[in-house]
Design a protein around this ligand. Sequence first.
Ligand SMILES: Nc1ncnc2c1ncn2[C@@H]1O[C@H](COP(=O)(O)OP(=O)(O)OP(=O)(O)O)[C@@H](O)[C@H]1O
Length: 768
Amino acid sequence: MTSPRAPEHPADPSPSLRHALARERAHHDACRAALAAMVEGAARQVVTGEDVSASGADAEVLGHRLRSQAKELRELPEGPLFFGRLDFGDDGRGGEHAGQRYHLGRLRITEHPGSPPLVVDWRAPVARAFYQASVNDPRGVAVRRRFGWAPGSRGDSADLTGFEDEHLGGEARGTGGAGGEGAGTGGAGDEGVGTGGAGDEGVGGEGPVPGRFLAAEIERPRTGPMRDIAATIQPEQDDLVRAGLATSVCVQGAPGTGKTAVGLHRAAYLLYTHPQRIRRGGMLILGPNRTFLSYIAEVLPALGEVGVRQSTVTDEIARQPVTAEDDERAATLKHDVRMAKVLRRALHSRIATVPPDALVVPDGTYRWRVPGDRLERIVADVRQEVPEPPYDTGRERVRARIAGLLREQAERRAGPQSNAWAWRVSRSRPVGAFLDAVWPRVRPEEVVARLLTDPGALAAAADGVLGAQEQQALLWPRPPRSWRSARWSAADLVLLDEVAGLLEHPEGYGHIVVDEAQDLSPMECRAIGRRAVFGSVTVLGDLAQGTTPWAARDWPRLLAHLGKPDATVVPLTTGFRVPRAVVEVANRLVGRLGVDVPAARSLRGDGEVRMRRVGETRTRKVGEAGAAGDTGNTGDTGDTGDTGDTGDIGDIGDTGLPDAVVEETVTAVRDALAHEGSLGVIAPDTETVRLREALAGAGIAAGGAGDLRARVAVLGARVAKGLEYDHVVLVEPAAIVAAEPRGLHRLYVALTRAVSRLDVVHARGVPW
Ligand SMILES: Nc1ncnc2c1ncn2[C@@H]1O[C@H](COP(=O)(O)OP(=O)(O)OP(=O)(O)O)[C@@H](O)[C@H]1O
């Protein structure tokens, strides 16, 4: 993991600058040595820890903890050990840190456990000033230093190439212990003065202007999996990252505003700040699909957190393999929140009327009896308990109350009875038989299979909730012989989980981060909410990117389904990925997506959009004279009538690409390979194999979305969510739109994957 590449120092830096750099490099060497000792110490402790423990169980626990620590340290990626430095003023404004200097990195590094750290963890309270301090609010900081690194020449490390200082305390340079080191990177030190730092970025008529370090970081070519942003977290992001554990937040952010990054850094922050509470309850990261999960998989380990569970909702709730598929109507109904009521009724319909006969339990020479009316009252009382106990708990409560009555009787007649006696009686055959008849044990599979195969059972449970046609749509076309041979769809898993949750509360997590949350159905939200009853959630999403049939159109409703109606909705509007040229194109679609979201502003003015209409090729850089607003739109003479309107795309039934589009795509990819960075060809889902073959025929090896190390990936628009590529070649947008009901949203997602350049290859009109 590397940090931003700083603009390098001038070839012949001043002696004081050379001295400053040498000192920082020496500090880094000391950190490297200390870290090596920490790794070795942790490994040694694993051995001794296992030897000295008193009991086998202790050894197991201690050994496990030490092994995890050693593993965490061992698995830390190589790279710079610090990315920033804070020098607090010593004039009283530095508060408890007056006169102190701290290097900040992804991991706390010490030479001895008791001595002051050589590097402070970015999550420590003192580090907050690094992200939040500005000229207007320096927070005691005199100088904020950001370091730039290049991949190491020594193979195993990173080379410090420079640094940039911001003087926040209004002090002259060279004071506050900085010893004249503030000369910065070829004058960059001066640039910091008066800019207010990162906190005040983003103002001005031209749009936000990133600081040099942030610019270097966001413009760095992408390759491989997602990186952490610990060195350049922005103030509005930092507020979210460091929100308290009890706080549930919902982040509405346009494409590339850092929602995923914020969610992962928040997870790391909470794990650091509340290790006991979070580790006990657990942390869960939920993403839309496995490709996305592998894309984000390295961020938490890079931040020192290994072993955090990262999953999809479907994988998280799967109690059966998915072997069937629903049509869209059935799937949509199964994801409808009304199903919760239907399923609850279906389950509770299993509780039978209590027979009038008394329950008789033989006990040696005695026979204890509970009359029918008492039994009826017990069952009715348990059913009316508030809050309603889970079904299985209800069954056990009935058992316990029956056992209580039996014990009372026995004690009146035969004196005190032991707990063992009470337990035996409660498990006796007659009590078991009564429960099985009245409050039978059931499995979620039984309940759901019956509901989806038996029209009578469905009609009873759905009465007044689902219409007759809706009920018909839910019934399995080919009913299985028994629930044991049923084939389950992804939507069925949601129903199974709902019933499982009614039977018994699932184990919860201390915190759940939910990414791409706009795509969750109400029933999926309930599944997640059940696992966060005693925990908090971070919900990340963008209503404009909702592509499922049940995608949310507003946040309050989704949050209510999650059981977190009070979560605050916070917008993120500064885009770090998508350059202005691409945002302009994407923004033309936003108005037609049927959602109310704040517009995004891009931090990046460097992008390029190139329209490649088959038969003609033009390049325009948005922002160039005469070109703004021209990108692929009707203003483009010659294209009038063919672009800028969806009018001519409505009749596209098939998505088969003309040969010319495939050929132009190959050309676009070949041209794009002249640039550095990753390349994603995003196409209609049905066309990826053909395009990959065409590229192979031209000698260009291309992987799929999951091949994170491949230079070129060809992917269907459906899997593009959450990913990013330096260069995107978007193939026949009209066909992407036509392929599904929310095709326009899908196109919006596909368009906004581009980090630097976007090529649009099209034979048909473009829908913007
Ligand atoms: N403060 C930052 N410093 C540097 N890079 C950043 C920062 N914030 C976000 N980024 C980068 O911007 C890109 C987009 O971030 P991310 O994927 O988290 O956005 P998102 O809002 O989840 O996007 P989408 O909704 O389109 O999936 C990533 O490469 C991320 O590393």
